[in-house]
Design a protein around this ligand. Structure first.
Ligand code: FES
Length: 567
């Protein structure tokens, strides 16, 4: 190590006497049973996120131990510290509301505590984006480790994985083809190990994007949570974090416009989660990188879907791992990628991909010229209903609905939806378009409510999909012909607020548009009467409402974005 300040001497507590602060810190560190020899070493912080409310992080203690082993082996002192943990299904009103809180916690604890580099251990949907956002702003060398995906369960001989199969069985239960005894049995067979959802949902997508950005070690995104390779990856991540202290590579060196575009290519090629579009915008936004929706669509039109996993295809993340994982996929995408980006090891992507790969299961990772779809899984829409954009997951939608015009059936918010969607008297037909208002970031924290249920009377009649539109998000494990993230949202007076029952709406995936077929003057007249919903008055929720940006800016806080840094 050179003679710059390192280890526990970083960021001394302010007592007005630096030597006393150093003496006191080392004395207190001794109380943790650390030898003088180790106290003189550089320090690797380990941002850990165990929680009794986060099943996806159940093996966190084992991962922390393995990372610590790697740090010690490489000659530094590991110091685990807790941050906020976000278990997707345990949070109300929605985990999305707390992603920015976790990002702030991560950034501040990296900056406030004495460390030379940091390992970020996350997994469940919002945790990896929160950690990358925080680390990007903290500016210290950082490396991401994910907890890894769950393994699949079995029900009557069928493989089950959270949570695409949760939704499939629940839709059958609502339609009456699965009874209450069977749904109870399925409940115990969907999530059978530690780890994140078993399909290419948001957590798996973000794990792949972290690797594509260069922020985690090559080949680590898809290793199952319970596989011994996951612990080996954790140990290697600890060693790499020590090397980062010397190389001084920070997230700003690794997350660049080019690596963000590479990550977008991967998102499109895995048929990944719509949520990743928001999270990637937030991570990139911390470093002043903005990729316009028009560029996103260019990438989408050139990037084939190559990975055959649910919810777009048939496989599970454990299949992706044994099929060759990200290494296999990146090699197929090679002609489309920027090869001069660098990863946490300081290697360019081109150097990484020059290494040979032993075997690829072509049933899971298709060759470039035999894709599942010739165009990317997601597409951005604009139109008079979404002047600032919307997202549509074409890979998980019904192609016959791509060009649709229908009558709007409007729900004015989440409570209205819950109260009326299954009402036998609801005036709804299979070719209608279901509209949900006031579920965007300001109104509701942008929950995963965009997967509106098919009204019960239509589901029981065999209707499996309808066009549904909203300013909400959708789980990465969900599927259907669903327009999401409409911006600006209804609650701040976006045109979505102007839709009334019976209006005509046109969706055109060919033209990448979503339009309300109502005269412009009439839309303006309706919006002139718009009143925003009441705002919370105290605490974090009040801060959230005041500060959250719209989906195209990643729903970050205005005071945390790169623009705020520049002020
Ligand atoms: Fe944690 Fe799905 S609930 S990844």
């Amino acid at each position: 190590m050179n003679d710059r300040v390192h280890g526990l001497d970083n960021g001394l507590t302010n007592y007005g006497d630096r030597d006393f602060a150093r003496f006191l810190r080392r004395s207190f560190a001794r109380s943790m049973g650390i030898s003088r020899e180790l106290l003189d070493k550089p320090v690797v912080g380990i941002a850990m996120t165990p929680s009794g409310f986060n099943n996806c992080h159940r093996y966190m203690p084992d991962l922390v131990e393995a990372v610590s082993r790697g740090v010690l082996a490489a000659g530094a002192l590991p110091r685990p510290f807790p941050t906020v943990s976000l278990g997707e299904v345990f949070l109300n009103p929605t985990s999305m509301m707390y992603r920015n809180l976790m990002a702030m916690d991560t950034e501040e604890m990296i900056g406030a505590q004495p460390m030379d580099s940091v390992v970020l251990i996350g997994g469940c949907d919002k945790t990896v984006p929160a950690q990358l956002m925080g680390a990007a702003s903290a500016g210290l060398p950082a490396i991401q480790l994910v907890t890894g995906p769950m393994s699949t369960g079995r029900h009557k001989g069928q493989r089950l994985g959270a949570c695409t199969d949760c939704r499939g069985f629940w839709a059958k239960y609502r339609a009456g083809s699965v009874d209450s005894d069977e749904i109870k049995a399925v409940e115990g067979r969907l999530s059978v190990t530690a780890g994140t959802c078993a399909v290419m949902g948001t957590a798996s997508t973000m794990a792949c994007l972290a690797e594509a950005l260069g922020m985690s070690l090559p080949g680590t995104a898809a290793i199952p949570a319970v596989h011994s390779d996951r612990l080996v990856a954790a140990e290697e991540t600890g060693k790499a974090a020590v090397r980062l202290i010397e190389s001084r590579l920070t997230p700003r060196d690794i997350i660049t416009r080019k690596s963000v575009e590479n990550a977008m290519r991967v998102l499109l090629a895995v048929g990944g989660s719509t949520n990743a579009v928001v999270h990637l915008a937030a991570i990139a936004g911390r470093l002043g990188i903005k990729v316009p929706l028009s560029r996103f669509n260019e990438l989408s039109d050139e990037t084939p879907v190559l990975v055959d996993l649910k919810p777009v295809g048939e496989g599970y993340m454990e299949d992706f791992h044994v099929a060759g994982g990200m290494g296999a996929l990146l090699r197929e995408l090679r002609p489309l990628l920027h090869l001069d980006t660098v990863d946490v090891e300081g290697r360019t992507l081109g150097e990484r991909l020059a290494d040979p790969i032993d075997w690829v299961d072509r049933a899971i990772v298709r060759p470039f010229d035999e894709p599942i779809s010739e165009v990317g899984g997601l597409v951005a829409l604009t139109g008079n209903l979404a002047p600032d954009g919307a997202i549509f997951k074409r890979a998980a939608a019904t192609p016959t609905l791509f060009e649709s015009e229908g009558r709007a059936v409007v729900f004015t918010g989440l409570e209205d939806l819950a109260a009326r969607v299954d009402d036998p008297n609801l005036d709804v037909r299979p070719d209608d378009i279901l509209v949900l208002q006031n579920a965007g970031p300001h109104a509701a924290g942008m929950p995963e409510a965009g997967y509106l249920p098919i009204p019960k009377k239509l589901a029981q009649a065999g209707v499996k999909d309808m066009v549904r539109i909203s300013d909400a998000r959708m789980s990465g494990t969900a599927f259907g012909s669903i327009v999401l993230h409409i911006a600006p949202e209804a609650a701040i007076g976006g045109p979505l607020a102007a839709v009334r029952n019976g209006d005509r709406i046109r969706l055109s995936i060919a033209n990448k548009r979503i339009d309300l077929l109502v005269e412009e003057n009439e839309i303006k007249r309706r919006l002139a009467d718009h009143r925003p919903p009441p705002a919370p008055v105290r605490g974090y929720k009040a801060l959230y409402r005041r500060s959250v940006l719209q989906a195209p800016d990643g729903c970050d806080f205005d005071f945390l974005s790169h623009q705020a840094d520049a002020r």
